[in-house]
Write a protein that binds this ligand. Structure first.
Ligand code: FAD
Ligand code: FES
Ligand code: FES
Length: 1439
């Protein structure tokens, strides 16, 4: 390596000469030694891995440590000689951090031909849909597995609890599956595979589930086993002899485990009989090749899983055992890296160069580099300085000493062990451990450090409040000052400013322990939007010392999230000091004093003033009780309320799928795993960004508007063009006006901004360069000057400003006049609001455009749901006919509607550049860019009036329904169509008048999202139902049941309901889930609990299938080639985004052609195989493409008929194809289908044709528990039943049901998009926008399909129904169950007397909204009212 010159830096140069001899990086990657003599100092480990030709399995999902897609495992030798396996975020790790270590990526585990058992289980047990998250999840599990091996006992110490409850997966997100099958697969591996593990030299044995070591404790993270084993499971020369450990008696020779049900789930169930009936019968991995004669029942088939052979695991490279750490220095003229190996070297460096940036876990520094665009020309990696990583407890001295840069995971384990050893004297360790358990995800905790947290000085740091409360003291060092101490209490000076001198480093933290028997209690608390892996809203560490009479002698109440820095509530502390602790008057005094500590204004930065104040006091209230409980202060008169102390608890999740499928045929109806599942789990599946380098390729970096609404005064690309590696740029000047305009319905959008920008994040231009990093950096240098205009952000602002886009549609049924209202016994009115939703597909928008040398041809790879739109728009911007453009999609890493329309923008911008420069141009948007540019689900607001009879029959509904379109029309009108045609939900209202309004605002342009307006419409309906029920003081279940549609009744768009099964579904679901009893149990629970409340909610759904009035989209084509060898290439218009469409379509073709499933292959979706395809959307793609495939296969079957007669009905396709080929029979067929019967025309109020082909129907029941003090909740149980007709593949349908439900659950509870007042999107990454994680799914999660009914009017492929979108709305059962819990809490606290009216819960029902809606005495105390003209810190677009 060329050693970088430090130029004129006279201070650093001598230091480098004397200490830093090496500039070469050495590490191992998947067992191969890597020596880097030249490395980009700006690059992360992920950049390096993905730059390797065959290592594309590690994905980039966010670049900020929040999604886990980039997870790799780093093997290193722990103190004591044991090998540790750390799951880390490669997107945050500097390459230097793996020097001397072994990096394992997904590729090292297995291949699709020979997968690792974890990969195989996840793929075959349906744990991978789009697959973009899958490698990261496998790697997190892999680290858990490898760490679970104890070379001392040669056993695995791993239990299902450790998989699910100890945070192993909390740093991984999946947007598709709803997590249940992933957890199921992982836990089945632990149960079935680890229980059968066989080691070299050992007798083969089968372990009985639940016995012995499988339920053991975590391995010590601090001391290690000390054996010096390389950690190779089952065989290392340093391991003790195998005879040292006991054998299981129940041995067997069986090494192959099967996926047949084990008894575990049922045994743990509180509903054993029901679950026994519903437990999975896993069938159908291997498809029998031949055609079975009619009437012969297919044999049930079970999965065969490879057994786990630990000795085949990749080992720790022996050469690394001899590795000695040495100082390293490398870099280039822009940036240099140092790796000192001792504290002295570090101190010298800081002395020589005080502004050198210290990097430990890099979890903060990398965020600063990437998102705050900080520049650190001198960076110092300190993760390999062992002396900074100590942990010790000195009981005699009464102190705990924590090394500044110990990893949080190791600290977490050390705290646990310390607390277990010392008991109550070490309560502080338990308080730290509790904070650490919910600190970031496991990958963050594996690398991040306490000193990093302290020095960052974030006002919402989780550790700083406990450290302050504990009286911790920092030890720092600098060359000038030597070693010195800094009490944490005095360390934080202002916002992100500390007392640490610039040339100093932190070495350790000392926490005093109380004397044995002291009456001291210390506790910690945190409330975030999501329990796992989320930054706190308010976080706290409290310590109190009482004397023998229960009087407070010392106290510290430290808070995060209440000020610009971590602070103590000084007034409150003073109010408590010297007072008898467990006394109501003391508490009242504290409440009064806290008002002075935290007098947050309505506009306080970070928002949520009422909630934050409520939490501040609620935590103290909890602590007050907890102290009393710990010190046994309760008396007869004043008892400790345990319920206040207990936080929401989550147990192991489990659930069933009703796998009995009476409609199963030879191929169709079988639970075939996703055909790409294994490739996805092994990292082989190729997404666009994984495509190999294309000769001459360039990369695009978008220039995005930084203003929400402004006139563009100047756009100067000159500074960007001067950056080495930048090749050019494109903007509106490269397109005429007409070619620059686009949009699926109205052409009111712009590829590039013209004279104005209408939204923050709107593309203005694009810089293209030799690398993505250069392009992105240069794009930020483009000089854009704006003349700002006042933006409109919310629906209410748009209504006031009359800012609407053309729409004007309405629905009228019956006679919805003023007279009709007069005839009603009651009329109620209200406003319902529902926020939008970010798609958060794990793969952001990506495209690669390759210009061909002749005739303006282009090959376009785009992560899009709309091949035809992409082709047409690229043709438009490049000025050629569509026939010259080939648009292709192999697979997407999730889409959910977000890539239906808006994906075209990036692709077209790249096409403009590719045409201009004559070279391929590609781009994958960063997560924040994607969230800014690509729009969301439309937020909604409805102003409704409903008339009902005394006995609760709906009579008249009149509503104005508004959605927030953002700055352009996109599909917002069509979304409104679906919303107002689903606002009836499942209930008959005789007289209806609904008017839709599409609001134009200055947010990004909102777009399609799974459900496409139907969830919003049905949410409004259920708001109306709950409001009516509450006003009538009637059970909402009774109200719903009374008003349910009956067969043949007319919707507001006059379509009769046929094959109406909702009443039956409700009846069955109630019986199967013991609903009536559980309603009573919930009531009983609420009667006997004050601080925890439960709610249960049963809601039905119906969802209309078709592209509605976009009649032209209800068509599909397919192209089927049978090759001479009997293999079949299937092409159709549908794209694969994880929903399993390719799998289902292959099943249909295999069924139709009477051939094995593995004879059918779909390579990609391409505009040159099937033309004029509609987008893969509206849950109609199986219906449309399946029919087109059937049509093609029928033609081929007719041509093969003579050969079937000749060679027999079950003759292999190879025989038939061979014979037909030699007879010159055409073995290619083109199929086509258009959906019949539909044809609704707006405005026809007399005899319209149907809007929808049929309705997919279903219902769900959710039961929740709410923590009244904090607003936190858990979903205890969900049961779903769906009518999907005769399922083509129940496993895929269940995947859609569970995945959609969890996505809906996120929509209605935690997913909250926020804007700043200037129109800048605030929530633009996983750090600020929370989708559900593993720990959010219902703890009991059952799903079933309706069977045994007739679908007399269903004319679809194999009589199946579309399922992608319909279950999403059922996530609202969680919101409405929470609403019941809030109602119960209000009853307990007699809130009605406050005149708050019926509960109004806008969606999403976040912890904040839930807590504030309770309206108890704490909320009333905390209430912060807006002063005249004041607006909150954040803006919600549905407001
Ligand atoms: C996805 C994600 C989730 C997160 N979740 C949480 C959370 O739940 N709670 C929370 O509180 N924080 C959270 N954070 C913030 C961050 O992870 C923590 O602050 C973490 O403790 C930083 O430690 P680090 O070792 O990675 O610091 P680094 O990023 O390496 O450094 C952070 C700062 O500390 C300085 N520094 C580090 N060590 C020393 C030292 N010995 N002496 C002097 N200066 C030093 C660095 O120079 C730098 O300024 C999260 C961050 C991410 C990316
Ligand atoms: S890409 Fe690294 S965590 Fe998301
Ligand atoms: S399968 Fe997990 S994100 Fe798609």
């Amino acid at each position: 390596m060329q050693r970088p010159s430090l130029g004129s830096n006279r201070v650093l140069s001598p230091l480098v000469q004397s200490t830093y001899e090496s500039s070469v990086l050495n590490f191992y990657l998947n067992g191969t030694k890597i020596t880097l003599t030249s490395v980009d100092p700006e690059a992360t480990l992920l950049d390096f891995i993905r730059s390797q030709r065959k290592l594309k399995g590690t994905k980039l999902g966010c670049g900020e440590g929040g999604c886990g897609a980039c997870t790799v495992v780093v093997q290193d030798v722990r103190t004591g000689g044991r090998i540790e396996h750390l799951a880390i975020n490669a997107c945050l790790a500097p390459i230097l951090s793996v020097e001397g270590k072994h990096v394992i990526t997904i590729e090292a585990l297995g291949t699709s031909a020979n997968p690792h058992p974890l990969q195989e289980r996840i793929a075959k047990l349906h744990g991978s849909q789009c697959g973009f998250c899958t490698p990261g999840i496998v790697m997190s599990l892999y680290a858990l597995l490898r760490n679970a091996y104890d070379p001392l006992t040669r056993r695995y110490v791993l239990s299902e609890e450790m998989v699910e409850l100890e945070g192993a997966l909390d740093g991984n997100l999946c947007r598709c599956t709803g997590y249940k099958p992933i957890l199921g697969a992982a836990k089945s591996f632990v149960r079935e595979d680890l229980g059968r593990v066989v080691f070299e030299g050992e007798k083969r044995e089968t372990r009985v589930e639940g016995e012995g070591e499988l339920n053991g404790n975590y391995i010590s993270g601090v001391n290690g086993s000390g054996t010096g084993s390389c950690g190779r499971p089952g065989g290392c020369c340093r391991d003790p002899p195998a005879a040292d450990f006991p054998r299981d008696e129940s041995s067997s020779d069986e090494t192959e485990s099967s996926g047949e049900t084990s008894a575990t789930e049922t045994d743990r169930s509180p509903f054993p009989a029901l679950l026994m009936a519903l437990l999975p019968r896993l069938v159908g991995a291997m498809i029998v090749a031949d055609c079975r004669p009619a009437g012969v029942k297919p044999l049930p088939m079970s999965f065969n899983f490879k057994s786990y052979e630990p000795h085949t695991e990749i080992i720790f490279p022996p050469a690394l055992r001899k590795y000695t750490k040495r100082p390293i220095f490398y870099g280039n003229e822009n940036k240099v890296w140092f790796r000192p190996t001792t504290i002295e070297q570090l101190v010298d460096l800081k002395h020589a160069y005080p502004s050198a940036k210290i990097v430990a876990g890099s979890s903060e520094v990398q965020i600063e580099l990437k998102f705050k665009r900080e520049k650190y020309p001198v960076s110092v990696y300190i993760g390999d300085i062992e002396d900074l990583k100590g942990f010790s407890i000195n009981e005699a001295k009464g102190e705990v000493v924590i090394g500044g840069n110990i990893s949080l995971t190791v600290l977490e384990k050390a705290c646990l062990e310390g607390y277990n050893k010392l008991g109550k004297r070490a309560l502080v360790l338990e308080a730290i451990r509790k904070q650490l358990r919910y600190f970031g995800g496991r990958q963050i905790r594996n690398t991040a450090t306490p000193a990093g947290n302290i020095v960052t000085a974030s006002p919402i740091s989780d550790l700083n409040p406990v450290f302050i409360a504990s009286g911790a003291v920092l030890t720092a060092r600098s060359k000038a000052r030597g070693e010195f101490t800094l009490p944490l209490k005095e360390f934080f000076l202002a916002y992100r400013t500390t007392a640490l001198p610039v040339d100093a480093i932190i070495t350790k933290l000392t926490i005093p322990l109380p004397a044995e028997g002291a009456r001291e209690v210390i506790k910690s608390y945190k409330q975030a939007k999501r329990k796992d892996d989320d930054i706190a809203i308010v976080t706290a560490g409290f310590r109190v010392v009482l004397d023998e009479s229960g009087v407070t002698t010392d106290i510290s109440l430290a808070y995060g999230g209440m000020a610009q820095k971590t602070v103590e509530a000084k007034n409150t502390m003073e109010a408590l000091l010297g007072k008898k602790w467990f006394d109501n008057t003391t508490l009242e005094g504290a409440m009064g004093a806290m008002e002075k500590d935290f007098s947050l204004g309505f506009t306080v930065p970070g928002g949520m003033p009422t909630y934050r104040k409520t939490l501040a006091f609620s935590f103290l209230f909890r602590f007050w009780h907890e102290v009393a409980a710990e010190l046994e202060l309760g008396t007869q008169e004043q008892q400790v309320d345990r319920e206040v102390v207990d936080e929401i608890h989550r147990g192991l999740s489990y659930g069933s799928r009703d796998n009995d499928n009476p409609y199963e045929q030879r191929v169709v109806g079988k639970q075939i795993p996703h055909l790409s599942g294994l490739k996805q789990a092994t990292g082989e599946a190729e997404y666009i960004d994984d495509m190999p380098n294309i000769e001459g390729q360039l990369f695009g970096g978008l220039v995005l508007s930084k203003k929400a609404y402004a006139k563009l005064v100047k756009v100067d690309f000159t500074p960007a063009l001067q950056v080495p590696g930048v090749v050019g740029y494109v903007d509106v000047n490269d397109l005429g006006d007409e070619r620059n305009h686009w949009g699926p319905i109205l052409k009111d959008d712009f590829f590039f901004a013209e004279d104005f920008v209408y939204s923050h994040g709107q593309p203005i231009g694009m810089v293209y360069a030799e690398s993505a990093a250069i392009a992105q950096a240069a794009a930020h240098l483009v000089d854009v000057q704006y003349e700002e205009l006042p933006p409109i952000l919310t629906i209410s602002e748009a209504i006031s400003a009359k800012s609407f886009l053309p729409y004007g549609r309405m629905l009228i049924k019956g006679n919805p006049t003023a007279e009709a209202f007069k005839d009603c016994d009651f009329v109620f009115e209200g406003v319902s609001r529902m926020g939008g939703q970010e798609h958060f597909y794990l793969e952001t928008n990506t495209a690669a455009v390759i210009p061909r040398p002749e005739d303006g041809e282009m090959e376009v790879w785009s992560s899009t749901q709309s091949v035809m739109e992409t082709q047409e728009l690229v043709a438009q911007v490049t000025g050629v006919p569509s026939s010259r453009i080939v648009a292709k999609v192999k697979r997407m890493g999730g889409a959910f509607g977000g890539k239906e329309i808006r994906a075209a923008q990036l692709t077209c911008i790249l096409a403009v550049a590719a045409k201009k420069v004559g070279r391929p141009v590609r781009c994958m948007l960063n997560r924040d860019e994607d969230m800014m540019v690509s729009g969301q689900r439309n937020p909604f607001q409805a102003h409704w009036r409903v008339g009902v009879s005394r006995d609760g029959m709906l009579q008249v509904l009149d509503a104005d329904v508004y959605n927030n379109a953002g700055y352009s029309y996109d599909a917002s009108g069509a979304v409104m169509d679906r919303a107002i045609t689903h606002i009836d939900a499942c209930y008959l209202t005789p007289h209806v008048h609904l008017r839709g309004h599409v609001c134009k605002t200055n947010t990004h342009s909102n777009t399609a999202f799974r459900g496409f307006g139907a969830p919003q419409g049905q949410y409004i309906a259920e708001c109306i139902m709950t409001a009516v029920a509450d006003n009538l003081k009637m059970s909402v279940d009774e109200l719903r049941w009374k008003n349910l549609y009956k067969e043949g009744e007319l919707t507001p768009f006059l379509q009769p309901l046929e094959d109406w099964h909702v009443p039956l579904i409700i009846t069955q679901l109630k019986a199967e889930s013991d609903y009536d009893n559980r309603v009573q149990q919930v009531e009983e629970f609420n009667r006997t609990h004050k601080w925890k409340k439960r709610g249960i909610s049963l809601i039905p759904t119906k969802f209309g299938l078709s592209f509605a009035t976009a009649l032209h989209l209800n068509q599909a084509g397919a192209l089927v080639h049978i090759y001479h060898d009997g293999s079949v290439l299937l092409a159709h218009g549908g794209t694969e985004m994880g929903q399993g469409l390719y799998t289902k379509m292959c099943q249909i073709a295999a069924q139709e052609l009477c051939c094995p499933l593995d004879s059918i292959f779909t390579s990609e979706t391409s505009s040159n195989t099937v033309a004029n395809t509609p987008p893969t959307a509206a849950s109609s793609s199986s219906d449309l493409n399946g029919m087109a495939i059937q049509h093609a296969c029928q033609q081929l079957n007719a041509r093969l008929e003579p050969y079937r007669l000749k060679y027999g009905a079950d003759a292999p396709l190879k025989t038939l194809a061979h014979a037909a080929y030699f007879d010159r029979v055409n073995l290619t067929a083109n199929g086509f289908y258009k959906m019949p019967t539909i044809g609704y025309k707006w405005g026809n109020y007399v005899d319209p044709l149907p809007m929808y082909s049929y309705f997919t129907q279903g219902a769900a029941i959710s039961e929740v528990e709410l923590d009244v003090l904090t607003g936190a909740h858990t979903v205890l149980r969900t049961d779903i039943k769906m009518d999907v007709g005769r399922s083509i593949n129940p496993a895929i349908d269940y995947g859609q049901i569970e995945g959609a439900f969890v996505q809906g659950q996120g929509l209605f509870t935690i997913e909250e998009s926020l804007w700043q007042k200037n129109g800048e999107l605030f929530t633009r990454g996983p750090g600020t926008y929370k989708i559900p994680g593993f720990a959010d799914i219902p703890q009991v999660f059952n799903a079933g399909l309706l069977k045994g009914v007739k679908w007399a009017n269903l004319r679809t492929i194999q009589s199946s129904k579309g399922i992608g979108e319909p279950p999403l709305f059922l996530g609202a059962t969680v919101l409405f169950a929470l609403r019941e819990a809030v109602k119960a809490a209000r009853e307990t606290f007699a809130v009605d007397a406050q005149g708050m009216g019926v509960v109004q819960l806008d969606s999403p029902a976040t912890a904040e909204k839930l807590r504030v809606a309770i309206g108890d005495w704490i909320v009333r105390w905390a209430k912060v009212e807006a002063k005249e003209g004041e607006k909150g810190f954040f803006v919600e677009a549905m407001a």
